[in-house]
Design a protein around this ligand. Sequence first.
Ligand code: FMN
Length: 251
Amino acid sequence: MNDTIKHQLEHRTYREFTGEKIPEDTMNTLFEVANRTATSVGVQSFSIIRVTDPEIRKEIAEVCHQEYVARAPELLIFISDCYRNREIAKEQGIDTPVAKGIDRFFQGVSDAVLAAQNMTNAIESLGMGAVYLGSILNDPERIIELLHLPELTFPVLGLGFGYPNQEPLLKPRMPFELKVFENEYQVLPSYMEALKEYDEEMMEYYDLRDSNRRRDTFTHQVLVRFEQVIEKRTEMLRVVKKQGFDLNVGE
Ligand SMILES: Cc1cc2nc3c(=O)[nH]c(=O)nc-3n(C[C@H](O)[C@H](O)[C@H](O)COP(=O)(O)O)c2cc1C
């Protein structure tokens, strides 16, 4: 097994970091990695905002309901960016509704997500740790406002990272055989039955870990997540439309 795969199989989320600053040349390397990532049809529909202003960080941490967000040595927000390409077309005299359609929107989202994961692999390979912040979507409108995001952009994911100040346990995953199929999707007669052993493993994990120790299982967590409705997240489509996207274009 090579070092890349070893690091990938050791992946865990880190949420607490030492105060050690990440050297600027390392940051530039990480930005090069993000920039080198595969990109849908080659049009590079993502941008990254490096948030260094403590006031903005504080506000973002409030949206996330996670105070450690403000403390992470580095905080990046990955943006689905269809604005830049619309402007490039406009400067050439073309203003087409395709620029705001569903296809472009998802291209921007997948570009942003892949760049984030590519960068995360690099971060982990350098002995650092990272936490994704889907919680920026607790209030996407506030994030848009804070970062002055223009139309045809949308914040997809945050990423906090630095040198770890904790040693979290590896969080178990269900066996990949439950997620990887050959040729066609396999529907199981009972997922609760198929996940029995995994639930036991997760129970042990929750019981052993340092923070938020509890008795819990994977299948129960699935339920909890369905029960937790964050109101502003239910308005995501409205905000996407407010940003100028028209997801009916392309039908
Ligand atoms: C899209 C995405 C969004 C996430 N958002 C958050 C978040 O807002 N806050 C957080 O603490 N962890 C977040 N995580 C981390 C997950 O909770 C974590 O990956 C998962 O529990 C598995 O744990 P592990 O990464 O340690 O294996 C996110 C992960 C992903 C992939």
